[in-house]
Structure formats: C-alpha cells, structure tokens
Write a protein that binds this ligand. Structure first.
Ligand code: PHE
Length: 357
C-alpha cells in the first residue's frame, strides 16, 4: 500500500514541479511533500508501525523519493525561475548589491591623546592612577601647600559644590577660604598626588589623567572643563635633571620628532623650585610665528621639585625622599598635535569635527 503511495507521491511531485512557474510555487510544493505535515513526511512517521523488514524496505524507498524531490526542486529553482516580489526581478539573488555599511564608533580625539600619553609614560615605568573629580578643600588646596588666601581659592576660579549659608550677604567680598573643607570640583589633578602618597610608600612614579574644572569665561583657548595629565616621581635623590630627561623623552615620543625644551623659573605653592616648561614651536620650528607670538617657544606645562610640605601632607619624610611633579593640559597637547584652533570643538559634539579622527 505504502509503496504505491510513494510512487504516486513521486510522480505527482514531479508533475507539479514541472508546472511550477514561480519560486513561490516551489515553496508550496516543498511544504506539501517535505514540510512538517507533508505527504512524504507522513510516510516517514508511519514507518515505526511496520515490522523490521518492511520498515527497512520502505524507508529506503521513501528516502530515495525525498532525494528525488529535493533534487528536482533545486534543479528548477535558480536560473530560469521567476522570483515573485514587488518588481518580479529575474535574479534569484543579486550578489552585486553592496552590503549595508556598519557604522562603527570611534574614540574622541582627547581620549586618543590621553591614551597615547599614558602609553608613553608606561614605557618608562610610570603607573596610571585615578582620582575623584569632586574633591574637597584639603586635597585640592591645603595639602598642596596652597595657603588660605591663595587666589586659586577665589570663588571665581573654583566651582564650589555647595555655597555657605551666609553666601548671599557676602556675595561680593566672599572668599572660599571662609568655608571649612568644602566640596568642590577639582581645579587640577594635583590632589591625586596626595591621595596616592597617603596609600603608597616611595619609590614610585605615577601619571594621573583626568578632567578638571575652572570657573572661567570660555573662549578659543579656555573652557570650564578640560583635561590634565599630572606626573609625580618620588625616590631617593631625584633631581631636576631627572625631570628634564623624562620630559624630553616624552615630548619627542609624543610628537614623533625631536623637540627642544627649556625651563624657566616660576611659582607654584606645591613645588620648590618651580618651573614653567616651554617647547620649541612646532608650527614654525622655532623661527617665530603667530602661534608662538613670534618667540619660537610655546609654554606647555608647570613643574617643579615636590615641596617638603606636600610630601609631609602625604605622610612621606622629606628628609629621606625627594621628587618632581608636573602638570599640563591634554586639550592643549591635542590642539598642538592636530593643529586645532578652538578648544570648544572638543566639547560641542559637532560630528563634522569628530569624524576627522
Ligand atoms: N597643578 C598645576 C596647574 O594646574 C600644574 C602643576 C602640577 C605645576 C604639578 C607643578 C607641579 O596649573
């Protein structure tokens, strides 16, 4: 009985496949015979009720028919078939249609520069350290030997988290120094020096990169937020010569060409002596141009030998240990590297700018 059925199925399927005009028809035929509830599938299901001999015999035959139907369908499908679709295109599958473009994100120029700085310092033994953006007065000022009346504490430079109760009445003559250990947005990355010294014993070399905040009007070279990189090395007998060597090496690697540096005396409460560091103008090569105000030099960072009071505040004995520290703006470095003329471009999210990196 089943054998006869198989024969009928085979010839029926063959006839229908022969008459099929569209791909759609072939789909239907496939489902009719080989689908879950297909005619041939039904026969496969019924095999379990037969005895061994019959099952083997019929199973073989049913498999043959299945392969036959599959082959017929495949043979008919590709080239000569009409694909039913909105436009009834001739092609079965057009391999020449371009794929959909995957939109991949990419890193912000400041992140790129930050990572590059970190990588260079890591190759000369510095570890990367983090600190909080919301600081308190102690770490941001006191511990860094910044006296209570230092102008950096003036409310116009520092963004304080909470104003004192009597702020309103004092609006004009208010000095932040009147607040006790008030929370603030860090104005530099230097507080992380103290945080690190508290928890670690010298010798050490660290780099801190992170965002800092200043209460300033914005223009092409000023933003209320920007990024800094801080360096701190504490060891036995560290000298300014060590600092010069490290920083010279860094700039040459960062700008991928030899860079000249020079130190000028300066003042920071947390270093003694303190320097301002200039590099030769990369725009004009030191001849003098508008980018360097015709001087041939560009001021790039503040630095100095760590003040004994700062070491003490961090729990380190200044009689045994010494060190250097430096701080510079990452935005500034990125601007020089990529010749960007407005710092605000980093923060306004304009894709025409960002997509160039
Ligand atoms: N923190 C200083 C600033 O923001 C830079 C600096 C860091 C200077 C370390 C000396 C040593 O201007």
């Amino acid at each position: 009985m089943e054998k006869i059925n198989l024969k009928i199925i085979k010839s029926q399927a063959q006839k229908e496949i022969g008459e099929a005009k569209e791909l759609k028809d072939l789909d239907k035929i496939f489902i009719k015979y080989l689908g879950k509830k297909g005619k041939l599938t039904h026969i496969f299901h019924s095999l379990k009720d037969l005895n061994d001999k019959k099952r083997a015999e019929l199973g073989k035959e049913a498999n043959r028919v299945r392969r036959f139907i599959e082959k017929e369908i495949k043979g008919k499908a590709p080239s000569s078939m009409k694909v039913s679709g909105p436009k009834g295109k001739k092609e079965w599958f057009d391999i020449t249609v371009p794929g959909k473009k995957l939109l991949l994100g990419h890193l912000h120029p400041l992140t790129l520069v930050k990572r590059q700085i970190e990588e260079i310092f890591q190759t000369i033994g510095f570890s990367i350290v983090d600190g909080p953006e919301v600081e308190n007065e102690w770490y941001n000022f006191d511990a860094l030997n910044i006296p209570k009346d230092h102008p950096a504490r003036d409310m116009w430079d520092t963004l304080w988290i909470k104003e004192p109760q009597d702020q309103k009445s004092k609006r004009n003559k208010f000095l932040a120094s009147e607040i006790k250990n008030q929370k603030l947005l860090r104005t530099h990355t230097s507080p992380v020096q103290i945080r690190y010294m508290e928890k670690n014993n010298p010798p050490f070399r660290i780099i801190v990169t992170g965002r800092v905040f200043r209460h300033e009007a914005t223009d092409a070279s000023h933003e209320v937020q920007f990024y800094q990189v801080e360096g701190l090395m504490v060891d036995k007998d560290v000298s300014a010569a060590n600092f010069k060597a490290v920083i010279q090496d860094f700039f040459s690697k960062f700008f991928a060409k030899p860079v000249k540096i020079r130190l000028r005396p300066s003042f920071f409460p947390f270093t003694e002596p303190s320097f301002e560091l200039d590099i030769n103008c990369l725009n004009c090569g030191g001849k003098g141009c508008s980018a360097c105000s015709q001087t041939g030099w560009v001021e790039i960072m503040g630095a100095g030998m760590v003040h004994p009071n700062v070491l003490k505040a961090g729990g380190i004995n200044p009689k045994k240990w010494s060190g250097f520290a430096f701080g510079m703006g990452i935005d500034r470095l990125a601007m020089m590297k990529y010749k960007i003329n407005d710092v605000r471009l980093f923060y306004n999210g304009d894709l025409r700018f960002l997509e160039q990196f």
